[in-house]
Design a protein around this ligand. Structure first.
Ligand code: ADP
Ligand code: ASP
Ligand code: MG
Length: 425
């Protein structure tokens, strides 16, 4: 008998029919002899809808109220799932983040889990009950509700798995595992059997939304094995774990991210302290800058560009408008139609020439590179958003990652697929 955490994402609990299916799945796991804890996301697009409601009333809603509001999405799905399980003759009990003992730091909207007080979940398990935990939320030291960032139910699941000493954390979604690229963008992507924590961390950080980066970070730190698998089939998925003596592929996968924007400040005097002033002010205003590019100066004047999440753009504009006169810069422009495409692989460390080959392939396909950044196991380029899918596909082929089979959509409606593709904006 094992102890397993089963997390179901928004698409998997989007309707009463799908909640029924999740209930059946959990009961089947229990009948196999396992002890099961469920973690759920909000139904379908609930979180986006709640965000829309808030912004209709306040363009800059208070963070405390926002977290309180967003946490309700998961509280709806947890109770419905518990009811569906009970209707099938099994015992279930729902728990909000607070009731499940998820203690976080005080950062609203991006809180970090600091402790899991597991008593209530353990008591429920001992009583033969299936605990159903609301993902994405916790409680801070003041007793206020916090949320864990978009996609944060993955982190709840991993944290609960760690907190109760589960054997595995199963993360069910609308794809049957982690692929070498988003299979909806690159249909020839191949499903990976295993991915190391390091590779998965880079893939998630570079935009592979199948697992939230924080969840992978948490899993790596506490050695929690993640099994990413399909909510719609029994197929084996992908294991994220410490992969011993893995045959290191040069490239494990390609991720893309359409959630960033590029800001360019033109006519900046090339003098000491300008970058410190600009980026210091951005950091103080909670703008998470990612890539930074400074051009060679011409007659003491240069351009500086940076990328940041589009969710930080309002704060970035505000900061740049304030700092512009202080650093005597001429103007700034924003490009929202960009995408970051990243090649990831632990094997890159010992394999020179990846960057050269990638640039060559992009050039052959008439894809212009707007910015570049690297880490020992990642190469990222910024391209025009309209060329992102093409960039992923041609790099996927050029680095020998293509599978013989083509990804087939099984359960999602056309509307759900469109919403998935638009994600990140
Ligand atoms: P959930 O709502 O269940 O949390 P997500 O939408 O967060 O599910 O994650 C699943 C989605 O991640 C898939 O629909 C797929 O389009 C996307 N995705 C991005 N990169 C990858 C990848 N490398 N492998 C598999 N799926 C990926
Ligand atoms: N409901 C939250 C979101 O949409 C958290 C999650 O789904 O994991 O981001
Ligand atoms: Mg997710």
């Amino acid at each position: 008998m094992s102890l397993i955490v089963c997390k179901f994402g928004g698409t998997s609990v989007a309707s009463p029919e799908r909640i029924q299916r999740v209930a059946k799945r959990l009961i089947a796991r229990k009948q196999e002899g396992h002890q099961v804890v469920a973690v759920v996301s909000a139904m379908g697009k609930t979180t986006d809808e709640l965000l829309g409601l808030a912004s209709a009333l306040n363009s800059n809603p208070p963070a405390r109220e926002m977290d309180r509001l967003l946490s309700t999405g998961e509280q709806v799905s947890m109770t419905l799932l518990a009811m569906a399980i009970e209707a099938r003759g099994y015992k279930a009990m729902s728990f909000t983040g607070r009731q499940a003992g998820i203690e976080t730091d005080g950062t609203h909207a991006k809180a970090k889990i600091v402790k899991v007080h597991n008593e209530r979940i353990m008591e429920a398990l001992d009583a033969g009950i299936i605990p159903v935990v609301a993902g994405f939320q916790g409680i801070n030291a003041e007793g206020d509700i916090t949320t864990l960032g978009r996609g944060g139910s993955d982190t709840t699941a991993v944290a609960v798995a760690w907190g109760i000493g589960a054997d595995v954390c199963e993360i069910y979604s609308d794809v049957d595992g982690v692929y070498s690229a988003d299979p909806r963008v690159a249909p020839r992507a191949r499903k990976l059997k295993e991915v190391s924590y390091d590779d998965m961390l880079e893939l998630s950080g570079a935009g592979a939304g199948v697992l939230q980066m924080r969840a992978v970070e948490f899993a790596r730190k506490w050695n929690v094995v993640i099994h990413s698998r399909s909510a719609f089939s029994d197929a084996e998925g992908t294991y994220i774990k410490e992969v011993a003596a893995m045959e290191e592929a040069v490239i494990t996968g390609i991720a893309h991210d359409t959630s960033e924007v590029k800001v360019t400040i033109r006519g900046v005097p090339d003098t000491t302290g300008v970058a410190a002033k600009l980026f210091g002010s951005l950091a103080a205003n909670m703008v998470n800058t990612d890539m930074i590019i400074q051009n060679i100066s011409d007659a003491g004047i240069t351009d500086i560009s940076f990328t940041c999440p589009s969710s930080d753009l309002a704060r970035a504009r505000e900061t740049v408008e304030r700092v512009l006169p202080e650093i005597n810069a001429r103007e700034y422009v924003v490009d929202e139609d960009i995408a970051k495409v990243s090649l990831v692989g632990t094997g890159m460390k010992s394999s020179p020439g990846v960057a050269a080959r990638a640039f060559e392939v992009l050039g052959e396909n008439n894809i212009n590179i707007l910015a570049i950044s690297t880490s020992p196991i990642r190469l990222s380029v910024v391209v025009d958003a309209a060329q992102a899918a093409e960039a992923v596909r041609c790099l996927h082929t050029a680095f020998g990652l293509d599978s013989d089979s083509v990804f087939k959509e099984t359960q999602l409606s056309a509307e759900e697929i469109a919403a998935k593709m638009a994600k990140g904006r």
